[in-house]
Design a binder for this molecule. Sequence first.
Ligand code: NAD
Length: 351
Amino acid sequence: MVRDFERDDGGLRVVFGTGTLARLRDELDRLGGRRALVLSTPRRGELVSRVVAGLGGAAAGVFDGAVMHTPVEVTEAALARAAEAGADSVVSVGGGTTTGLGKAVAYRLGVPHVVLPTTYAGSEVTPVLGETAGGRKTTTTDPAIRPDTVIYDVSLTTGLPWPVTVASAVNSMAHAVEALYAPGRTGATDRMATESIAALATGLRQLATGSGEARAELLYGAYLAGLCLGAVGMGLHHKLCHTLGGSFGLPHAPLHTVVLPYAMDYNAPAAREAMRAVAGALGVADAPAGLQRFTRSLGGPADLAGLGFGEADVDRAAGLATERPYPNPRPVTRDGVADLLRRALTGQSIG
Ligand code: NAD
């Protein structure tokens, strides 16, 4: 069972539960916000209306044009809207796309930022901002980027469509998986990572069978995975998805869902202990093959071709993904990445 909680942790305040949207106005007040700009992706009118109502008069305006991978032109449009509305704070309601825009705006303006996450991306608890300009995605890390307050309200996530739910939960799992072989990991991050994977897998199984507190498990698992992502550096899987998302425009969470088992399979010979931990948390015999079968059994995307990536893109992607070295359990080579991409392109079965 997932318990409701509230905690202040090194400048990050987290409120977790069901119906916690009712706390929004008080939480904004704590930060001194009086006129919030509400951000979302397009067509999330119902969520936005609930948030505007929850702000009880403290909503200065709405910008509902957030776009995946935080293009700088969109940030500039949102900044113009903030100026026009006289906003002194930002409230983001949505997935990682909205949170990314909220981070970009609040960071540039130096104003408080409250996030109400409605997917399992985990960005709301990290000090990392990925932005795209001129077809390239760059990342900035600064403690000032991390939102001030995160209100997890399970009831905001119940309408998340099934395909988005599956992909987003596996995107979240990827943070926990890579945390288990990150050079900076600790006993605490290991435990958060395994608890996260177990909660996400339980949530998906429960949602598929209509049992238990599925959405609370998923949101709790996502919170823990986000903490892992913010605490330690990520390896091959995240670097590769960063390249494929930023330079080839592939959709973030489905991309993670396809690539993760292949990245795990690539790293497995050099990360046996981590793979045993993942397998145990997932309840499967072999982590890469078991995860691939699990996500496919839930109808998750199976190949990169289906996401718009082609054979002609493989060499350029492998080159971009290996431009700069980074820590990874197994050395990352251009040929190795090209081979991984070819397997993922056609959705070759693992194991
Ligand atoms: P997303 O925010 O684009 O959401 C996916 C889709 O689901 C969108 O169409 C959205 O409108 C819809 N949606 C969201 N909540 C909904 C709800 N409750 N009901 C119905 N529909 C809903 O996608 P995402 O996967 O959450 O986030 C991806 C972005 O987040 C990428 O840009 C990625 O780089 C970024 N990200 C950043 C970090 C970080 O730490 N900086 C971490 C993870 C992801």
